[in-house]
Every structure is written in C-alpha cells, then in structure tokens.
Design a protein around this ligand. Structure first.
Ligand SMILES: *Cc1c(COP(=O)(O)O)cnc(C)c1O
Length: 628
C-alpha cells in the first residue's frame, strides 16, 4: 500500500493467520497454543495480534509484565493472559485487579501475590516456572517439589500450569532433548494436577520438542521470521511486518567523495543516491550502516554510509530515472534479503530485537487480504488528539474525568450530560466569540444629567444568519427576552426618562468583515429592535467573520455605576472605559469565571482596561462593573 507518512509499518494480518495455521499443523491434536504478544507483539501491536490469534484459537496470551497485560485489558481483551517474566511484589495488586496469571518461581513472591488476592477475596492463577537448563529465571529442578508444596498451600493461588523454557531450541536438538527430559521427570508426579504443561516456543514446535506438552507458546515464527536456515523445508512462513518510507532527496556524488558521518563510504565512480528520512531513531539499526538494502522500483539498492539518527542514504546506480517521493521498502516483503532474519544476520544481530525496534516513529497500518482494516497511531508519550477517532477521544476524556474525580459514575455523568452537549455532538456546534473587545467612552454632553456614551463592540464569531439584532429597552424586564435569543448580538439598557428612539440610542456603524450593514429600526415589545442586514451576508453564513458594532447613546450620571456583561463563551476578552476629567474617581470590580478569574486591570489617566490573554476562555456569567 501507499501512505504519505515519512515512514510506516504495514502489518499483514492475513500473513499472520497463514503462519498460525501452518504452525498449528505441527501441533498434536491435544495441544493448544498460547500466542506470545510481549513487547507489543514483537512490535506488531499486541491488541491487534491478540484479536486475530484468539480468533484462530489461542487459549492464552503471553505478555512480559503486568503493564502489558493491563494495557490489553484496558483495550478490551478478556482472554486469559499469562505474565511470562518474574513479577515484582509491588506488582501484585495490579495482577489481581486486572485478572492476569503470573509466573511463579519464588515462594516469597507467591506469598505476596496470595496476600494481594486474599485482600480482594479472589483466586489468582499461577504457572510455576522450572529452570530446566537455561539458567535464567525459574526454580532449580531439585527445588521444584518444595515450591509446589508451598504454593499449593496458599489458598488464594491456583496452580494452572507448570512450564519451562528452551535455551536453544532452534539449532541444538540434543541439548533441548535433555532439557525436555529433565522437565518431564521433575514434574512427573504433578502433571495431572494442573491444566497446562508447556516448554516449547515456536522453534521448538517445528523441531518436535513439544512432546508431552499440551500447550505450545508461539512467538517469532508466527510473525513470519525464521530462526534457523533449515526451517524453510518444514514450514513456509510469510513476513507479517513490512517497513516502508519514501525517497526524500536525490543527489549526485563524484568519484572519490565520502558520504555520511565519518565519510565511511567513498563513491567508486560518479553516481546518484537518495536520502531516506529514516534513521536508527526510527529503529533502523545503526549496524545496517553500509549493509542494509532498500527495494525501490523492484531493484535492490544498497545502503551507503553510516545510518544517522534520522536519515539513511541509498545508492541509486541501477535506477537512473527514479523520482523523489518514490516508495522504498526497507524491511519485510519484496525480496529475501529484506527479511528481518537476513538483515539481522548481516550484522550478527537479533531478529527479535530488530522487530521490536523498527517503526518507532511510524504509524502502523493493518491489512487483511490486502485491504486496510485498521490503523494505529504513532506511539508517543505526548497526547496528540488528531491521532484519535472521535469515539476514542470521548472515551479518553471520560476516563480522564473519572480518574480526576476518583469516581467512575460521576465521571460518566459529567461527560455524558455536560461535555457531550458542548463537544461530542458534532452537529451541534458550540458558538463562542473570539478576541472580544468592548470599549465604552463617556463624555460630557449638552445635558447636565447624562454622559454621552459611545460604545464599540468587536469580536470574531461564526456567522449564524444573514442578519442579527441589537436591542435597546428602558426596563430590565423588556430586555430580558433578548438575552435568550441567539440572533441578538448586543443589548443596551436605557434610562427610563428617555423616549425610545434613535435620538436616544443609535447604531452609528455596523460592520461584518468590511461589509457595512443596513440597519432597520423597529419598535416592538417595549424595545427598540435594530435589525442589521446585508445581502452579502448570506454567502458568509457558517464562516468565521469579524463583527463591529458602534453605538451612540446617553448614560445617567446619577447611576454611579456601569456594568458590562459577558453572556457568551468567549476566547480572550478586553473591556475598557474612557471617562472625562469631571469624574474624579473610578473604581472597577471584575467578576470572571473561566480559566482565569483575575483578568489584568491597567489604568491610565481617564482610562481603565480589563483584559485576559487572547487564548484564555471566559465563561458566561462574567462581567465588569465600573463605579464612580
Ligand atoms: C518470548 C517467549 C516465547 C516465544 O518464543 P519464540 O522463540 O518467539 O517463539 C515463548 N516462551 C517464553 C517464556 C517467552 O518468553
């Protein structure tokens, strides 16, 4: 497939199914299998791989630690999960609460796990681990009976399995047979008391080293990677993971010039090469310097020079007409030399490691029968909301609220009842004003009892209709209904000694963007209704526009106070008042709800300004009161 990403990983779930079916043919009829999904399923994505494996009949899933098991549970996986590595006593609580099964090779750990299970009054499944010759984790063969006795006596642990692990099942049959024999003789008198006996990993299965087991643990072979050259005769595997990128730049180099850090590659003749935006930080191993290969337009091109942190160069000798942006396959399908095992062998490295690290900066695309079935975001520590679908975002927000409140029920309620109304119902846009400016200027007038009041309102907002209304009334009661209406952008309360007419309250200028609106004045419901309209507005409905509303009116000196209300959700507020020298003292009180309850107040001679920063949200029910 194609992608616009700098690099990406394709996970072919059909190939994975194919490999599992091929491996199952090597199982005895009574043998079940555990899908190993540790380390995010060897870099393939644990939840996606688990789903397919369970669909193909996996009885258990194997993870490395409690975190991995917990993540699968949170992602909705209900299958039995076994933690393969030894856990720490500090992890017992979570093992219990996420209903994971633990490996036990130590009585002290077993007691801690039993205690945690007892405190929840539940039973936890454990698999006892025997060291049959690898000498890594597990209890020594001769100490197994003591471990068995001790663990069997713990009432909250249920021994579900006994297992061991091979040291070199891929290429040393003789040593492995010894391990198998030791394992089976150590457990002979216990084997009928547990559900699962298991020692074989995937290589052991196809080397017939699972005799006497009723469970096999399938890892690397299921991901389509051979661990030994001879295996191809016994089983045909298809790579599941493919790592791709694009050519980002094409350049020329002259014979004798060196390339990359340390100039470790010297051009043997004048030639061209491509720069690929992938380096060891993307998991493309540094050891592939001067060794790796890239498949471009069906031709294998050698990696030249050192792999940098973020870039790799490839020789374009064989494809003279290749263009920038051309897709490049760095690992996986397409050519045998791009198989993980070939690349790892080229530098004496490990296929397991290469699989785990490749694509650290890449998105994963899941394919089934060649079609994209799903994609997983880049693994990042920082949350980038656009990486997620809306429903996933809703889930994340809801669980974040629940965690904050330590109460799932209230968290669910808040997210459902309140936030959903604002944000989740996509068709219900939230309307808010941006960069809101309200400027009022009071001046002496020809009337001794009144100030001349000029106001200017400015803000940006998505235009709802091809008109809006400004309302003016002489009583609160008359004005009140205009607070409910969505098509009213401004309201002014007039002193009741005035006649409601344009002499008392006037819209001097009204603009939307640079369109000057026509104003029609109507008297209605004891109000002056000013209808602002222009034919050009129709084409702007639904887009963000800037409003400017200028008014001229009067304000009673005897009022001794002037209030500005903020009745809509607003992003950034500035309210200012100019007053004449005849007002000797002017006080200001702010009542703000929202992100910042204390806006900045600045004073100059005859002027007070109240403002928040542009990016601060101010909630409705906020306001400023000036008192003189
Ligand atoms: C990783 C692991 C496996 C899988 O081994 P493969 O070689 O990848 O098949 C099996 N068992 C245990 C205990 C493991 O840790």
């Amino acid at each position: 497939m194609e992608s616009k990403d700098r690099s990406w990983v394709e996970i072919d779930l059909s190939a994975f199914r194919h490999n599992l079916r091929a491996l199952k043919k090597h199982c005895e009829p009574h043998q079940q299998f555990m899908q190993i999904v540790k380390a995010d399923a060897y870099g393939h994505g644990a939840i996606e791989i688990s789903r397919v494996a369970v669909d193909e009949g996996a009885s258990l899933l194997g993870v490395a630690n409690v975190e991995e098991g917990k993540l699968l549970r949170i992602q909705g996986c209900n299958s039995p999960i076994l933690i393969l590595s030894p856990s720490l006593p500090s992890e017992c609580e979570e093992i219990v609460s996420y209903q994971l099964a633990a490996s036990v090779s130590d009585i002290y750990f077993a007691k801690a796990l039993n205690a945690a299970a007892a405190s929840h009054n539940v039973s936890v499944k454990v698999h006892l681990k025997i060291d049959s010759g690898m000498h890594r984790s597990g209890v020594a063969l001769e100490e197994f009976p003591a471990l068995w006795e001790a663990v069997s006596a713990l009432p909250h642990l249920e021994v579900e399995g006994i297992f061991s692990h091979y040291a070199k099942s891929e290429n040393d049959i003789q040593f492995s047979k010894q391990q198998l024999d030791s394992f089976h003789s150590a457990i002979a008198i216990y084997r009928d008391k547990v559900k699962y006996i298991h020692i074989a990993n995937s290589s052991a299965l196809i080397n017939s080293l699972s005799e006497g087991d009723n469970l096999v643990r399938l890892g690397i072979l299921s991901y389509g990677v051979y661990t030994d050259a001879g295996q191809a005769d016994r089983i045909q595997l298809e790579p599941v993971m493919t790592f791709k990128s694009h050519i980002a730049q094409i350049k020329e180099i002259e014979a004798g010039e060196g390339l990359g850090y340390n100039l470790s590659w010297i051009a043997p003749h004048d030639t061209r090469y491509g720069v690929i935006p992938v380096g060891y930080a993307d998991g493309y191993d540094f050891m592939l310097s001067n060794r790796g290969k890239a498949l471009i337009q069906g031709k294998l091109c050698p990696v030249i020079g050192r792999i940098s942190m973020d870039m790799t160069c490839v020789l374009l000798d064989d494809i003279p007409d290749v263009a920038c942006g051309t897709t490049v396959i760095l690992m996986g399908v397409g050519d045998p030399s791009l198989r993980v095992e070939s690349l790892a062998a080229s530098y004496g490295g490990s296929s397991y490691e290469l699989l785990c690290q490749v694509g650290r900066r890449a998105r994963r695309y899941y394919l089934e029968e060649g079609n994209l079935s799903h994609l997983a975001p880049i693994a990042r520590r920082d949350f980038v909301s656009s990486d997620f679908t809306d429903s996933k975002l809703s889930q994340i927000i809801q669980s974040a609220i629940s965690q904050r409140l330590r109460d799932e029920e209230i968290g669910e309620l808040i997210s459902r009842e309140i936030l959903r109304v604002f944000f989740f119902n996509k068709d219900q846009d939230i309307h808010y004003r941006k960069s809101f400016i309200h400027h009022i200027s009071l001046q002496d007038s020809d009337n001794d009892h009144y100030w001349r009041a000029h106001t200017r309102l400015g803000f940006r907002k998505i235009l709802q209709n091809d008109y809006f209304i400004v309302a003016c009334a002489t009583s609160d009661a008359a004005l009140r209904k205009y607070f409910m209406r969505k098509d009213v952008e401004y309201r002014w309360l007039m002193d009741d000694s005035f006649e409601l007419d344009e002499g008392a309250f006037k819209l001097s200028e009204v603009y939307v963007n640079d369109i000057r609106l026509e104003v029609k004045v109507k008297r209605q419901n004891n109000c002056l209704e000013l209808y602002c309209h222009h034919p050009l507005l129709e084409s702007l409905v639904g887009t963000e526009v800037s409003f400017r509303i200028d008014t001229a009116s009067y304000y009673p000196k005897a009022s001794h106070q002037l209030s500005v209300f903020i009745n809509e959700l607003t992003h950034g507020v500035q309210v200012s008042l100019d007053y004449p020298p005849s007002i000797s003292s002017m006080e200001v009180v702010t009542v703000f709800s929202g992100q910042n309850r204390y806006p900045t107040v600045t004073r100059e001679a005859g002027k007070i300004t109240v403002h928040t920063r542009d990016e601060e949200w101010v909630f409705p029910q906020s306001g400023v009161v000036f008192a003189y």
